[in-house]
Each structure stands twice: as structure tokens, then as C-alpha cells.
Design a protein around this ligand. Structure first.
Ligand SMILES: C[S@@+](CC[C@H](N)C(=O)[O-])C[C@H]1O[C@@H](n2cnc3c(N)ncnc32)[C@H](O)[C@@H]1O
Ligand code: SF4
Length: 464
């Protein structure tokens, strides 16, 4: 089987193209969501989706917002609490949300995918996760082969807990590791030893979890090239199916916990770059394939197969093997995508809870894509997933003359071609090995919302 293309590390290109950029888990991005979109608009979008001749299958997401302690780097929407009743109260309100939302979807639309994220889903006890799944199964019909995944913080689960999760029906998991160096862990207030991670991963493999994924972050305080390469070696040794290597997004004006990170402990840009270069080289040498953005996977993983046959998609959960599903999300800050509409719940736990107590859908903002948004979303997804664009194919898919409609964008591709990030072809282009690390810099050529240089500063994370 042919290998996927390997990204080339080039410090000059990183300097030029590694600046801020949207992650394009949606287009338009959440920055464009408006409060003009509320419960009525979400209800209308659901009703319309049922009316299609072949209504889409469903992908469910539940945002469990709680964590027992704050990791200082964290940019997720979470509530730090030690409350022993928070989990149960959350389930009561989640049930209310399910009662409001689920009956609006035709009952015969199968759930093909479920993801529990957060926060820390395993903040809930095993019994509470079992209750949560029972609630979902009461309100939706799950396909027998549905992918059921959740995020695991290794401090919250032991091998026995993993076996229980498998019995409940989960078949994929993603383990938040970030770094195994004890000094780095102390600096970010997230301490767990390597053996804990290895035992969770080993238990998951032993009971047949299919796609086991590990999250790492580079750019954290006190990280060094030697320290991080030890982490990478340990993880390679544990052999997860997928590895996400995130660039630490340091946005202390948005995430208060990040203000706990001391500036003088941050690795220098040169160290950070060296960590990234070494890790990239090591993961490729160890046989991981580069999927795109920050994602790597073993050659036999379903994501690599999907990437190879062109069926991989990109949505709020990152890269995925399942295309064509409507995403129905629950919990504070959760974003649904139904047809061409995005609906985001209240971000704050209290606001979400009050809506449900008052029997109102907790939709706080969103948008319905225009036909221009819809076409650009398709273009951006093709770039992010396939690393190529065939102009006439897009034109045929949307009934337009691509080269005429996007003449300005095609012109803006020229500098990317001059820098060899892409190779222009007669009627399209292909991302080169030099361009693979800059998919979002290439995709943003087609983003109609991006402010002129400088104006979006501090809203998006750096690309590399
Ligand atoms: C939504 S978090 C939840 C994971 C789970 N609570 C845990 O800690 O294991 C998912 C992932 O986002 C990544 N992440 C969180 N904050 C980040 C930041 N500031 N920059 C880059 N990645 C971040 C981490 O790798 C984390 O595992
Ligand atoms: S990284 Fe995970 S466990 Fe840590 S604060 Fe963020 S969501 Fe919670």
C-alpha cells in the first residue's frame, strides 16, 4: 500500500506561513456565529433536515464540562469543581436537553458516531456514564456498528474502569497525555506517571478498543528537546493507533488558567521549533503517517484508509472517517451542525442549566450558511482533507464555473505556488510535501471572512 506524503520541515517556510490561522473544523468558523440564530432557527434546521429524501445519519456529541483541577495550559471550556453532586445534576439537565431535542429528529435516523468530550467525561463515575449512555439510547436509535468514543484523562481512570467503559459499549478512546516529563507536568499542574498511561492504554487494547489515540502538546513550560523526545519514545513504545501533536495555544487573555504559566519557563521559539522538528521526524520514522494538521496515525488505522480513498472529512471533532452525518450536540458550549446550520449552546454551565430548567432549547448563537459559504466550506474541506483541489470537479458539484467565480482566489494561489507549497496544475492544484504543514494557510485563500492582515490577531492559534 502506498504511503501518504510526508511533510517536509522547513524553518523559513514556518517563519513565513506558520502564523495564526483558523483550524477549519467548520467554515465559516465559530467567530462568525451570531445571536440572531437561536432556538427557532435550530428547530427549523432540524425540521428541514428530516424533509430530505434521504435524511442524514447522526453523530452525537456530549460536552461534559467538569474537571477536578485546572491544567494551566487548558483552552477547553470547563468548570473546575470538587462537587460530588455536579455529575448527577448535569445528567438531570442533559436528560431535559435530550427530551427537547431528540423528538425533533425522525426516529429512524441512525446514530453512527458518538463522542464524549469536555472537560473530562470520566469526571463522571462509571455508573453515571452508564446512565448517560442509557439516556442517549432511550432517545436515539444507535446503529449496531456505531463508533462510540470518549476522552480520557489518565488520572481519572484505572484499567478496571477502562474495562467497564468497554462493557458500556465504547470502542474508541483518546487519552490526554500532553507530556510525561515530571517537571513539565508540575509546571502545568497535571501530574501522572508514565506507568498510569501505559496501564490505561494496555487495558484498552486488551479489551478491544479499536482506535486508541494519544494527545501530546509541544511548547509547554520547561519543555526541552531531550525531555520531549523521552515522552515521544515512551508513547511510541505504547504504540497508540493515533497521535495528536498540538502546538500549545497560549492565549492568556482568553484562558485565565494560562496566566499561571510563568513566562520565563516557556521554551524559546527555537527550542519549540526543534521539538516540533524532532517529533515530526521521529513519528514518521516510527511508521506513523501524517494525516493533516496535528494528526498522525498507524498505516492500518481507519483514518489512514479514509485519507487514502478520499473519504476522510473534517468537522468539529477534527478529522473523521464519517462523512455526511448531521452533528447533534449536547451540554454547555456544544456546537451542532444540521444541514447548513450551526447551533451553539450557551457556553456557561449556569446559562445552559437555566435554559433547561425553563424548558427552553439552550441554543445561544449560530448561523445558517449562505450558498457562497456552502461552496467555500466544500473547497476548504477538500484542501484540508485531500490536500488538492480539482477546479472543474468543484464546479460540477455546485453547478458553477469555478475559474470564473474564484478568479481572485486563483490569483492569490500564485505566491503559494512560487514558494512551492502547492503545485499548480492545468485545472487545479496539489499541496506539495513542503505545503503539508500549512494546509490552513493554503485553505484560508478561500476564506471570505478573514480580516485584512493583523485584524484577527489573537483569535486563532499559530499554525506551527
Ligand atoms: C478538550 S481537551 C480534554 C481532554 C481531557 N480533559 C484531558 O485532559 O485528558 C482535549 C485536548 O486538547 C488539547 N489542549 C487543551 N488545551 C490546549 C492548548 N492550550 N493548546 C493546545 N492544545 C490544547 C489537549 O491535548 C487535550 O488533551
Ligand atoms: S486539559 Fe482536560 S483535565 Fe485539564 S483542565 Fe483541560 S479539560 Fe480539564
Amino acid at each position: 500500500m502506498s504511503e501518504l506524503m510526508r511533510p517536509v520541515f522547513d524553518a523559513d517556510l514556518i517563519e513565513k506561513y506558520g502564523g495564526e490561522g483558523p483550524r477549519y473544523t467548520s467554515y465559516p468558523t465559530a467567530v462568525q456565529f451570531s445571536e440572531d440564530f437561536g432556538p427557532a432557527e435550530y428547530e427549523a434546521a432540524i425540521a428541514e433536515s428530516n424533509r430530505l429524501p434521504m435524511p442524514a445519519g447522526l453523530s452525537l456529541y456530549v460536552h461534559v464540562p467538569f474537571c477536578a483541577s485546572p491544567c494551566f495550559y487548558c483552552a477547553c471550556n470547563r468548570v473546575i469543581t470538587r462537587s460530588t453532586t455536579a455529575g448527577q445534576e448535569f445528567l438531570v439537565n442533559l436528560e431535559k436537553e435530550l427530551r427537547l431535542v431528540a423528538p425533533r429528529f425522525d426516529r429512524d435516523r441512525p446514530v453512527r458516531q458518538l463522542h464524549l468530550g469536555g472537560g473530562t467525561p470520566t469526571f463522571l463515575s462509571t455508573e453515571q456514564i452508564r446512565q448517560l449512555m442509557a439516556l442517549l439510547r432511550t432517545h436515539f436509535r444507535f446503529a449496531p456498528d456505531a463508533e462510540l468514543g470518549l476522552e480520557i484523562d489518565p488520572r481519572t481512570v484505572d484499567p478496571a474502569g477502562i474495562r467497564e467503559l468497554r462493557k458500556i459499549g465504547f470502542n474508541r478512546l483518546s487519552i490526554g497525555v500532553q507530556d510525561l516529563d515530571p517537571e513539565v507536568q508540575k509546571a502545568v499542574n497535571r501530574v501522572h506517571d508514565t506507568a498510569m498511561v501505559a496501564s490505561v492504554l494496555g487495558a484498552a487494547r486488551g479489551v478491544g478498543f479499536e482506535s486508541i489515540s494519544v494527545d501530546l502538546i509541544y511548547g509547554l513550560p520547561l519543555q526541552t528537546t531531550t525531555g520531549f523526545s523521552r515522552t515521544v519514545e515512551s508513547i511510541i513504545h505504547m504504540n497508540p493507533d493515533r497521535i495528536s501533536l498540538f502546538n500549545y495555544a497560549h492565549l492568556p487573555h482568553l484562558f485565565k488558567a494560562q496566566r499561571q504559566i510563568q513566562d520565563d519557563q516557556m521554551p524559546s521559539p527555537a527550542t519549540k521549533l526543534a521539538i516540533f522538528r524532532n517529533t515530526l521526524a521521529r513519528l514518521l520514522d516510527a511508521g506513523y503517517e501524517f494525516i493533516g494538521m496535528d494528526h498522525f496515525a498507524r498505516p492500518d488505522d481507519s483514518l489512514v484508509k479514509a485519507k487514502r480513498d478520499g473519504s476522510m472529512v473534517r468537522n468539529f471533532q477534527g478529522y473523521s472517517t464519517h462523512g455526511g452525518l448531521d452533528l447533534v450536540s449536547f451540554g454547555p458550549s456544544a456546537i451542532s451542525q444540521v444541514g447548513d446550520s450551526f447551533a451553539q449552546n450557551h457556553r456557561k454551565l449556569e446559562d445552559w442549566t437555566v435554559s433547561l430548567i425553563e424548558d427552553r432549547l439552550p441554543t445561544a448563537r449560530g448561523l445558517t450558511r449562505s450558498s457562497d459559504d456552502h461552496i467555500r466550506a466544500d473547497i476548504i474541506e477538500r484542501i484540508m482533507c485531500n490536500g488538492a483541489l480539482d477546479f472543474p470537479a468543484v464546479g460540477r458539484a455546485h453547478g458553477l464555473d469555478f475559474e470564473q467565480c474564484f478568479a481572485a482566489e486563483i490569483q492569490r494561489l500564485q505566491p503559494l505556488a512560487d514558494d512551492r507549497l502547492i503545485e499548480l496544475q492545468e485545472h487545479g492544484f496539489k499541496v506539495t510535501e513542503n505545503g503539508l504543514l500549512f494546509l490552513r494557510a493554503i485553505a484560508k485563500t478561500f476564506d471570505a471572512y478573514l480580516a485584512p492582515a493583523g485584524q484577527s490577531q489573537g483569535r486563532f492559534s499559530r499554525i506551527v
